[in-house]
Design a protein around this ligand. Structure first.
Ligand SMILES: [Zn+2]
Length: 97
């Protein structure tokens, strides 16, 4: 389920990127924009870049949060612990939160 979601995300991101690059290459070869206008950032481009930065920060923070939750759900004896378990059923150690 989760892997499938990731695949959809990556595929759509790849398609978006291909579309953007394709459009830029097309407009460059048809003289609609020059190298100078490619390098200059318009206001929508700045907003888009800011959005990308925000999205990357959000993604990284949620990934590290996921990793932390995953580490918490394992005992030091590497037994998987359910959310409502306070003690490990194998070694009897208290779950550290
Ligand atoms: Zn244990």
């Amino acid at each position: 389920m989760k892997v499938k979601n990731n695949r959809v995300l990556y595929t759509s991101a790849f398609l978006m990127l291909t579309l953007i690059v394709g459009y830029n290459v097309w407009s460059y070869y048809h003289g609609y924009c020059t190298i100078r206008s490619l390098m200059a950032f318009s206001l929508p481009a700045k907003l888009l870049l800011a959005g990308i930065v925000v999205a990357i920060v959000f993604l990284l923070s949620s990934k590290s949060k996921n990793r932390r939750v995953q580490q918490q759900s394992k005992c030091s004896c590497s037994t998987e612990l359910r959310n409502n378990w306070d003690y490990c059923p194998v070694c009897g150690q208290r779950r550290d939160r």
